[in-house]
Design a protein around this ligand. Structure first.
Ligand code: CA
Length: 153
């Protein structure tokens, strides 16, 4: 499913709002990255993007990327060292499972919103918001058009 059809513009706005809300009470940062294809391991891809998108530049190293390859139906969540040192791998896996379950029911935006909310709660417990809480990373969904050029597409 093409990423642009995967989420409508309205869905995107809802997700951006969910990110804003999740970040309100934490210094943590959440970004959703969407693309079509993922040839290899989605977690490896998520880590590469995390650095490419300079998400490792936050002050408390508490950025989290939620990675989705819509055609290949692969998802991964990767958190920077500040947050990943606090959270069990179980937590990330549970959220991934939650996303996959929602996607199977074609509740794409809803699934992402719920998981963004969960991650926000977790970030809040370790990295509560400060008075000068600034938005270190843009809340817009980052998107990559890496659609393959196969004839059957
Ligand atoms: Ca942000």
């Amino acid at each position: 499913m093409p990423a642009r059809e995967f989420l409508s513009e309205e869905d995107e706005q809802k997700i951006v709002a969910a990110i804003e809300k999740a970040e309100k009470n934490t210094t943590g940062e959440i970004r959703v990255h969407l693309e079509f294809k993922c040839k290899g391991d989605p977690l490896e891809r998520a880590k590469i993007l995390f650095h490419e998108l300079e998400m490792d530049q936050t002050e408390a190293r508490n950025g989290v990327i939620l990675y989705i390859a819509s055609d290949d139906k692969k998802v991964a969540i990767y958190g920077d060292e500040g947050i990943s040192s606090q959270v069990d791998d179980d937590f990330w896996q549970k959220e991934i499972d939650r996303l996959i379950t929602a996607f199977k029911q074609e509740k794409f935006d809803e699934g992402i919103e719920i998981v963004v909310g969960d991650i926000g709660e977790r970030l809040k417990s370790y990295f509560p918001g400060t008075k000068s809480n600034r938005d270190e990373l843009d809340n817009e969904i980052s998107f990559e058009d890496n659609r393959g050029k196969k004839n059957d597409e």
